[in-house]
Write a protein that binds this ligand. Structure first.
Ligand code: SF4
Length: 286
């Protein structure tokens, strides 16, 4: 079986940066905590736990934390960012505070904050349950609304003239554009800011490259909660190819793939390289 690996498969710069920040703060005399998963990859979080980086709190970074504070311990903000209220809460825990929010998410939060200050109603294209969206929504102090589909746009109340639209960083560009044009039909003066990050666009573009290279199916490696991994698998299926989303090589049932002569391989932005390599080796052994 021939396997073609997408050049962009694996860690994006925001994830690498978050892991670096957490690792640099480990030490024998202190504990390092992350408020919810630092990144959306279970295997990587388990590896980090072994290095002394402990995930506390919940998936959405909303529940109160019960920690025995110890001077010198470190609290690291996840790559997805948190709301301003949560940031204040974490800063007041009495530990050293380190911010590993991806700068691309920080840019979205900054744009929302700026427009909210001017009185804009903010519309965010994304998953209302995703921690990144929950965090960004916290900056929409003059009014925030999350939309996922055309029905949500139709259901928006009258937002007046000052409306601004941004996107969760990991969405599809074509869907954002479609919803943005529907929003403009309802609110002609709406300011549209495409905040889908470069890493997401690159990984989505590579799916089209793999398809153009003649792959018959694509294996996508990444966490079940990883928004960009889920989107990659769904993009493969949208283009009429079978997608096999696995978290690890153990989940890969190669008997289902034997019928294909050429397979594409990609991975979400939070998937460590060793998992991609292990999946590729398993495929190539067939
Ligand atoms: S996927 Fe984009 S926004 Fe998310 S961590 Fe990576 S670079 Fe940052």
């Amino acid at each position: 079986m021939k396997v073609i690996t997408a050049p962009s498969a694996g860690f994006c710069w925001g994830v690498e940066r978050a892991i670096d920040i957490a690792r640099k703060n480990t030490g024998e005399d202190r504990r390092v905590y992350t408020d919810g998963p630092l990144i959306h990859n279970r295997q990587m979080m388990e590896q980090l736990e072994g290095e002394g980086i402990r995930e506390v709190g919940d998936y959405q970074s909303q529940s109160p934390l019960e920690l025995e504070n110890q001077t010198g311990d470190v609290m690291v903000v996840r790559a997805h960012g948190v709301s301003p209220e949560r940031r204040t809460y974490l800063k007041n825990l009495g530990m050293t505070f380190k911010d590993a929010t991806c700068p691309d998410v920080g840019i979205i939060a900054g744009k929302v904050k700026l427009h909210a200050r001017k009185g804009y109603q903010v519309v965010i294209f994304g998953d209302p349950k995703h921690p990144e969206v929950i965090g960004i929504l916290g900056y929409a102090t003059s009014g925030g609304h999350v939309v996922s589909n055309p029905e949500d746009i139709a259901a928006l109340p009258d937002l007046g003239e000052e409306v601004c639209m941004v996107s969760q960083s990991t969405m599809f560009v074509d869907e954002f554009q479609k919803l943005a044009s529907l929003l403009v039909q309802r609110f002609p003066k709406a300011v549209i800011i495409n905040t889908i990050c470069g890493a997401t666009r690159e990984r989505q573009d590579d799916i089209y490259t793999l398809i153009n290279q003649g792959v018959e199916a694509i294996v996508v490696v990444g966490g079940r909660h990883s928004a960009n991994t889920i989107k990659l698998a769904s993009l493969v299926e949208k283009n009429g190819l079978p997608a096999f989303h696995v978290e690890s090589p153990e989940e890969l049932d190669v008997s289902c793939l034997k019928q294909y002569a050429k397979i594409g391989l990609t991975a979400g932005a939070s998937t460590p390289g060793y998992l991609i390599d292990a999946v590729r080796e398993k495929l190539e052994a067939e």
